[in-house]
Design a protein. Structure first.
Length: 124
């Protein structure tokens, strides 16, 4: 009798972890790239430093958010890789146990596949 797996479906804890935006500078609703670029067209020289500072804050926020997304993706992909390796190892163990418990059935299956492959290749 073939051995069956009693394991549950694979899971990777933390894949749906939200992105950490705690280090991003606080921006107001009006601090969008479009609004800042619109202001650049009509800004006076005395208001230019404040506008540049808002633009720097917006760029810093975008950079930190992008970095946070990248870090989350990197952690998640590493966890997915670990789960895939564990599942591959488990599948190898189950297949190895099946072959050892059913050597004649395995040989017959391999022979049948070889026979069908020979028929298909022989027609050409």
């Amino acid at each position: 009798m073939a051995r069956t797996s009693t394991r549950s479906a694979p899971t990777a804890p933390g894949i749906d972890t939200p992105v950490d935006r705690s280090n991003a500078p606080a921006l107001s609703e009006t601090d969008t790239l479009d609004s800042i670029l619109q202001e650049f067209r009509t800004v006076s020289d005395e208001n230019l430093p404040a506008l540049r500072e808002r633009l720097d804050d917006l760029l810093a926020a975008g950079s930190k958010t992008g970095t946070a997304y990248y870090d989350t993706f990197k952690r998640s992909s590493g966890r997915i890789g670990q789960v895939a390796r564990r599942e591959l190892q488990h599948s190898r163990e189950v297949a190895d146990a099946y072959v050892k418990e059913n050597p004649w059935r395995t040989a017959a299956l391999a022979g049948g596949i070889a026979f069908l492959g020979g028929l298909l290749l022989g027609r050409r």
